[in-house]
Design a protein around this ligand. Structure first.
Ligand SMILES: Cc1cc2nc3c(=O)[nH]c(=O)nc-3n(C[C@H](O)[C@H](O)[C@H](O)COP(=O)(O)OP(=O)(O)OC[C@H]3O[C@@H](n4cnc5c(N)ncnc54)[C@H](O)[C@@H]3O)c2cc1C
Length: 348
């Protein structure tokens, strides 16, 4: 008898599986590689929404938890995934500089927005108005994390690589039977793939497609992440990840010409050097209208749960949401109303 059958091994599924394993629970993870949001993500963690100069919801708590979570995974899997590097916001005018310093005065943003104007010259970028530095930032190499975590699950016979068959799930009152496995609880963490899930069809998961590039530019020299309307993240060997776009209509994971021209236009606003596109990726972020995750228990089945809606911030949100769901199931700790899926229950 398993404690948890987990559907999905993106950032959400991995966060839950690892939280359960750390608490001595047994798990089996099912994945069919149908969604690639976590795999291709920029992986950035940034406690400030720079467009609006507001703090990310529960940023400090999430940063603390995710820091512990990814460093424990680095130790367990013997890999390097968490790169703590600064994000620099490029200023395009004096007005933007002024807005930055006004925002850094706010109590909740003060720990994250540096008061120093960065005027360092980075080869390949013109920035006559300098940069503002966001602190407590970095990125998680999500592709390396996913690859190694799947390897770990597979070696320990904790991974089923197949499409979950919802019709094969039998409710046996105290547990669920799924083919030859029995589990006390089911956790659905399918990202945008949730749309095929008959149990959670009522939830408003929108999906926002994003595209990004890996570019090569020997003339660009960066040891920080530069952020404007896109981010430029140094990967080493003259390679940089650049993204991302936001498209609310197209729900496929295929790179498009439209996405390509948008990214090229944005890159040309920042870089003054030559570059070559090495790879072009696309994925669908599991976004929700009210910008809060979808966490909790099915209204009719107390052993069926969901961990989804991580939106644009899977890296920071994943560990905190997995912990909240795990403690809700195991210890009966109520979920924060803002994330609990009961907010979308259909009134009978
Ligand atoms: C271009 C882009 C850039 C991004 N950049 C960032 C960033 O910089 N920082 C950040 O924090 N977030 C970023 N994100 C968002 C982040 O990727 C998501 O929040 C996160 O990946 C969501 O994880 P998830 O596990 O819920 O979904 P997914 O990654 O989609 O994982 C779901 C998993 O479930 C599996 N699955 C689905 N249905 C089934 C089924 N029926 N049977 C079996 N398996 C199934 C899929 O194969 C998949 O592995 C970005 C996303 C995109 C697209």
């Amino acid at each position: 008898m398993l404690d948890y059958l987990i559907i999905g091994s993106g950032l959400a599924g991995i966060a839950f599986a690892e939280t359960a394993l750390q608490n001595k629970k047994t798990v089996l993870v099912v994945d069919n590689h149908s969604q690639n949001s976590s795999k291709i993500a920029g992986g950035l963690y940034n406690p400030v929404i720079l467009k609006r100069f507001s703090e990310v919801w529960q940023a400090q708590e999430q940063l603390l938890l995710s820091d512990q979570f990814y460093s424990a995974l680095e130790e367990k899997l013997q890999i390097k995934i968490d790169f703590k590097i600064s994000i620099l916001r490029k200023f395009f005018s004096i007005e933007e500089q002024n807005n930055w310093f006004a925002a850094s005065d706010k109590v909740n943003l003060a720990p994250f927005l540096s008061l120093n104007l960065i005027s360092k010259k980075y080869q390949g970028i013109d920035a006559p108005f300098g940069y503002g530095e966001v602190m407590q930032t970095g990125y998680v190499d999500t592709a390396t994390l996913l690859e190694n975590y799947k390897k770990y699950l597979s070696e320990n016979k904790l991974l089923l690589e197949e499409t979950f068959d919802y019709d094969a799930l039998e409710n046996k009152k105290d547990f669920f039977q799924y083919k030859s496995s029995q589990a006390k609880h089911i956790i659905f963490a399918e990202g945008f793939g949730m749309h095929a899930n008959p149990f959670f069809k009522h939830l408003p998961l929108d999906g926002t497609k994003g595209e990004l590039f890996i570019i090569k530019s020997p003339d660009l020299n960066l040891d920080v992440i530069v952020n404007t309307s896109v981010f430029i993240l140094p990967l080493g060997n003259h390679l940089f990840k650049v993204g991302a776009t936001y498209n609310w209509k197209d729900k496929t994971s295929l790179p498009t010409e439209e996405g390509k021209s948008e990214l090229l236009e944005r890159i040309n606003e920042i870089l003054n050097c030559e570059f070559e596109i090495i790879e072009h990726f696309a994925g669908v972020r599991p976004t929700v209208r009210d910008r809060r995750p979808l966490v909790g228990t099915h209204p009719d089945y107390e052993r069926i749960h969901i961990l989804n809606g991580l939106g644009t911030r899977g890296v920071m949100l994943g560990p905190a949401m997995a912990k909240a769901l795990f403690e809700h199931i195991e210890l009966g700790i109520p979920l924060d109303k803002e994330i609990d899926v009961v907010r979308f229950n259909i009134k009978k």
